[in-house]
Write a protein that binds this ligand. Structure first.
Ligand SMILES: Cc1cc2nc3c(=O)[nH]c(=O)nc-3n(C[C@H](O)[C@H](O)[C@H](O)COP(=O)(O)OP(=O)(O)OC[C@H]3O[C@@H](n4cnc5c(N)ncnc54)[C@H](O)[C@@H]3O)c2cc1C
Length: 440
């Protein structure tokens, strides 16, 4: 039987992060990666591959390069005997490990409605799906994108720029789990202004006999398109973990704050791991490469004998839809209320340069605080310049429990061609407003 020090099931972002930390800290350890597909898909930029702006080599990398120094096994983990530290693969092989990492990610979730198996129905995940979508898009003149998350809005932007007629089918409003309705409306207006048809409803059937021709919505409306892309969420691949006997929660594989599962020396990272929300303590999974890689690092260090604690999950977003950038961190106002907080919200509008310096672009910030403790619960940004640095600052503030009293005294560097006027600051000004209101 093959024996390894570390066996990583899953060769995506979180598995790669674990591998790189372990290989750096323990170069003499034998590390094996078991994964079903050849090649490493770099998923974040797939839409630029679909539009032809970047090539295949930018999004599909060689495993030998990405996992240099690992033993690569092309198979699936199906289960095993965690007491005997033996993993079982779908090719019948058994492997003895010292530490096992479950990094099996997620599968796209497509609603089970009539017609979903027709040709021309897609969901984007790994390179083959991107290739199939790119080929469809080249032949087509119209597309229906179903979904309201950042992958759906990004694809709507991508297909429109490729010259297709785009219908975006949204159940309630775009980016609902990341931003409140006022900013959702701004994003929808941005989509509409650029010619995307935003249609409200849920698909109940795929139209077409031999291949998809559109979707029928619960409202009775038909939305026609030459092909359909579902971006309607993901479901974690928990089966190997469940077969091993690891506890599975409502969202994924349960882990502790070292990212170890309920099985000794078995870790879970990335989209498959159920972590605790940083603010509410509720179970959640993370859905970004950024978070998956951070978890991979934490597990990698702990596997190598360190004791690093994962701070908990926090949803965050950065995207650009045509000319509008959008970003968010933490709870929306609706989510804060549902979690039992009494949220207080303040919105500000700024230019990203001093007003006296030409070229400033407008942006808006929306801050959500807990009225009882003053804690910052969430921050949302939209604007005509990049908001990524604002989201990063918000994540740090939320993670370290900043209150509005802390933020009232916050300051940063300022420069006319690079920042807002130092009299304004997206963290200090809203906190000051709410704080002064409360002090009255
Ligand atoms: C189109 C698209 C755009 C995105 N854009 C962004 C972005 O801009 N920013 C961002 O931060 N995130 C983005 N994401 C999300 C990000 O890519 C994922 O959250 C992240 O890749 C998840 O990493 P993971 O390791 O959990 O899963 P994956 O990277 O999916 O890795 C899972 C691995 O497990 C393998 N596997 C599955 N079952 C088994 C099994 N039984 N045995 C062994 N191996 C198995 C899979 O084949 C795969 O190799 C995007 C995702 C998509 C699809």
């Amino acid at each position: 039987m093959r024996k390894v020090d570390v066996l990583i099931a899953g060769g995506g972002d979180s598995g790669l992060a674990v591998f790189r930390v372990v290989k750096t800290l323990r170069p003499d350890w034998e590390v094996a990666i078991v994964k079903p597909e050849k090649g490493f898909t770099f998923k974040c930029p797939l839409r630029y591959y679909i539009s032809g702006e970047i090539g295949e080599s930018n999004v599909l990398h060689d495993d030998e390069h990405m996992f240099h120094g690992a033993t690569l096994i092309y198979a699936k983990l199906v289960g095993g005997d965690p007491k005997g530290k033996i993993a079982e693969l779908d090719n019948g092989e058994k492997i003895r490990y010292e530490k096992l990492v479950l990094a099996t990610g997620s599968k796209p979730h497509i609603p089970n409605i009539p017609g979903v198996d027709l040709k021309g129905v897609h969901a984007l995940r790994y390179f083959p799906s991107a290739k199939a979508i790119a080929e469809e898009a080249k032949q087509a003149s119209s597309v229906v994108v179903v979904g309201a998350g950042y992958i759906a809005t990004d694809l709507a932007d991508c297909f429109k720029k490729m010259g297709l007629e785009v219908s975006l089918v949204v159940r309630s409003r775009v980016l609902r789990t990341s931003i409140d309705s006022e900013f959702s409306t701004m994003v929808e207006e941005q989509l509409t202004q650029h010619g995307v048809k935003v249609v409200k409803g849920s698909p109940v059937k795929i139209l077409g006999a031999d291949r998809a021709e559109g979707v029928l919505l619960d409202s009775g409306a038909e939305v026609k398109g030459d092909f359909i892309v579902f971006a309607t969420g993901i479901r974690p691949v928990v089966e190997p973990a469940a077969n091993l006997g690891a506890a599975i929660g409502s969202k994924g594989v349960i882990v502790d704050d070292r990212l170890e599962t309920t099985l000794r020396d078995v870790y879970a990272v990335g989209e498959v791991a159920e972590v605790r929300h940083m603010i509410t303590g509720e179970p959640m999974t993370v859905g970004t490469a950024a978070a998956a890689m951070a978890q991979g690092d934490v597990a990698g260090f702990n596997i190598c004998g360190f004791n690093i604690k994962y701070p908990g999950g926090l949803s965050c977003l950065v995207s650009r839809i045509f000319d509008l950038y959008v970003g968010a961190a933490g709870l929306t106002e609706d989510q804060a209320r549902a979690a039992g907080f009494k949220p207080v919200v303040e919105k500000v509008e700024y230019l990203d340069h001093y007003t006296v310096y030409p070229g400033g672009r407008k942006y808006w910030a929306r801050m959500i605080y807990d009225s009882a403790s003053g804690r910052l619960l969430g921050a949302q940004f939209t604007g005509y310049g990049n908001v990524a640095d604002k989201v990063e600052a918000a994540v740090l503030a939320i993670r370290f429990g900043a209150t509005m009293a802390d933020l009232v005294t916050h300051y940063s560097a300022a420069f006319p061609a690079a920042t807002f006027n130092p009299r304004f600051n997206q963290f200090r000004e809203p906190a000051k407003k709410v704080f002064s209101e409360k002090a009255k």
